[in-house]
Ligand binder design. Structure first.
Ligand code: GCU
Length: 599
């Protein structure tokens, strides 16, 4: 443990105190696929304190030492049950006015009771999302630390749990140049346990994860299944059943993992026909044939491929008619709900769209599940955004772990067709090495999807040129001609000058407009200027054969501390709908018409 806590003054001088909390990591390698499992919610009111100097971790409050080693009383600085209470899940910024700009460490605590249901069962504490660095303590024991503000993580707490328990969670929301994302972004830094938190019980050895998909060979007739047990030393077999396809396949599980390919003729999943099949996997450890664990999920079978300048869904060319979305709500911050997700999909469909770019980080897990049901295609992304510390190995480890957690969480979702390894990063050798390695990692975790990133235009040569494109299946391009670069005529020249050899997605374009602000096409932040810009952009796209999709920036105005002029007032106003998520701007109709006219 933190050897300096023996002397009450020691923690004041221990500047390296955080090292101890980084020795035990909660990472993707231990991530559970919890689909179909019963969960016991720990959502609700938690006691909370804004611990700006990170004293809870410096002084090891979780040990609740109220006497020094010689037994003399030591006055505590914590007061678990005396503190205020805030909601979980919630972005703490939206819970109390004094927390709006809080970016330090928040200390959450509550008690809970636990009675085992089965002998030998394992108990896991699961977070769907907490931002950014989360250290977990239970009954005076340090459990582990997770880095990353948008991906799930879990801890096996079987060894520390009792009948009556106190859990303490420290969430450090500081922005930091070594983190993913780094300290400068174009969105608001919400903090806290802002997604669900719950307990999950499993047998001693259980099905930790699985990956079921169509083999992308253009024949749509082979399903590939991977099953992973919690224990690499365990053997036995798994029984995969997909009743809707009459499939009952056994997989041997040597070394705790099994893989099988088998024929099937599924009805293919698509935006027009989002067909989902129920599936069930049973784990049978030994010769007895007794089932030790079962999980359930749904699966949509489809194939996504890139060939030449085009993208093919189930063998048919598709144009991705989309728009970008942030996870940002005027009153809930980064916390979302199924209704909010469905409303965004409703606006996309009103725009005749079929695709969403979930920028710039993994969104709530429910988004991909709802997109599976609604027939919406998704680009999902890790926040390797702008100038991350590409030369720092710890930064790479953080990025790779967040990518692994995202892919493991969502690779069974048919709606997800693209993994993006980053956004708008300057072309240096360190960036090229970092992101091409990340792209390779994505492919190693998922052989069935496209890999992309928002790449660069060579503004000198006026052409699409980014060496990272060699590592990608699809080239994303952010361009703001008509807004940040007023010389709109550069765009058609760039498109004419370039021959990328792969499908290009214009993954960002746009301009700001305050809802209701009217004027001429020259007046900044008017709806008229935004509409004129969109009309010019749409006209340019129509003439370009290698653009395979478009996602304007962005569906809704969103909170952003960098945006401080009189029209923005702390919001990025490039939305086609205002921050109220209701009031459409003139440019919405431009995209609705553009997509509506497409095949
Ligand atoms: C960038 C960036 C976005 C940002 C947008 C803007 O391209 O990717 O995150 O919000 O431009 O400037 O509004």
């Amino acid at each position: 443990m933190n050897e300096t806590s023996g002397n009450y003054q020691a923690d004041i001088h221990d500047t390296g105190y955080e090292r101890f909390y980084l020795e035990k990591r909660l990472e993707g390698s231990a991530l559970l696929n919890i689909s179909g499992r019963k969960t016991e919610s720990l959502n609700g009111k938690w006691n909370f304190a804004a611990d700006l100097y990170d004293t809870c971790r410096r002084a090891s409050w979780y040990k609740e030492e109220t006497a020094d080693p010689s037994g003399r009383p030591r006055p505590p600085d914590w007061d678990w049950e005396g503190w205020d209470r805030i909601s979980v899940p919630a972005s703490w910024n939206m819970e109390k006015p004094e927390l709006f700009y809080f970016e330090g460490s928040g200390v959450y605590t509550r008690t809970f009771r636990y009675v085992p249901h089965e002998p030998g069962e394992r108990l896991h504490l699961r977070f769907e999302g907490a931002s950014y660095r989360t250290s977990v303590f239970l009954n005076g024991e340090f459990i582990g630390t997770h880095d990353g503000g948008s991906t799930p993580f879990n801890a096996d707490i079987s060894g520390a749990v009792r009948e009556e328990n106190r859990v303490i969670v420290v969430v450090d929301a500081r922005r930091d140049p070594r983190r993913i994302p780094m300290e400068n972004t174009d969105w608001f830094n919400y903090g806290g346990i802002y997604r669900d938190i719950f307990l999950v019980r499993t047998p001693p050895v259980f099905i930790r994860d699985w990956f079921i998909r169509l083999v992308p060979d253009g024949k749509f007739s082979t399903i590939k299944a991977d099953v992973f047990l919690s224990d690499k030393a365990a053997g036995g077999k798994a029984l995969l059943e997909i009743p809707g396809l009459g499939i009952r396949e056994e997989l041997a599980l040597p070394g705790g993992r099994g893989q099988a390919e088998f024929s099937a003729k599924p009805e293919l999943w698509s935006p027009e026909s989002p067909k989902l099949y129920d599936l069930r996997i049973a784990y049978i450890p030994g010769a007895s044939g007794k089932t030790a664990d079962t999980v359930e999920d749904t699966a949509g079978f489809r194939e996504i491929r890139a060939r030449g300048h085009e993208i093919f869904l189930n063998g048919k060319r598709i144009f991705l008619k989309g728009i970008c979305v942030h996870e940002d709500h005027e009153t809930l911050g980064k916390t979302t709900t199924p209704d909010i997700i469905r409303a965004a999909i409703g606006h996309l469909k009103e725009m005749n769209g079929n695709y969403l770019r979930l920028a710039h980080y993994p969104h709530d897990a429910r988004f991909a599940r709802i997109a599976d049901e609604e027939g919406v295609l998704l680009w999902e992304e890790v926040p390797v955004y702008w100038a991350v510390a590409f030369e720092n190995p710890d930064t790479y480890r953080d990025a790779e772990n967040q990518l692994a957690e995202l892919i493991q969480r969502d690779r069974n979702r048919a709606s997800v067709i693209i993994w993006s390894v980053g956004n708008e990063n300057a072309d240096t050798d360190a960036r090229y090495g970092f992101m091409s390695k990340l792209a390779a990692k994505a492919r190693s975790l998922d052989d069935s999807r496209l890999v992309s990133a928002a790449c660069l235009i060579n503004h000198e040569k006026l052409m699409i040129e980014d060496r990272l494109a060699a590592s990608l299946d699809v080239i994303g391009i952010n361009e703001y001609y008509g807004w940040y670069d007023p010389d709109f005529d550069k765009l058609p020249r760039i498109l004419a000058n370039s021959n990328p050899g792969k499908p290009v997605l214009i993954c960002e374009f746009g301009g700001g407009a305050r809802s209701g602000q009217r004027g001429t096409a020259e007046d900044l932040f008017t709806e008229d200027k935004q509409k004129d810009l969109y009309e010019k952009q749409a006209a340019a796209f129509k003439k370009c054969p290698y653009i395979a999709g478009v996602t304007p920036w962005i569906l809704y105005d969103f909170r952003c501390p960098r945006r401080l002029n009189r029209y923005q007032q702390g919001f990025n106003r490039k939305g086609l709908i205002g921050q109220d998520r209701k009031t459409k701007k003139l440019a919405f109709e431009v995209m609705r018409k553009f997509y509506g006219e497409m095949c």
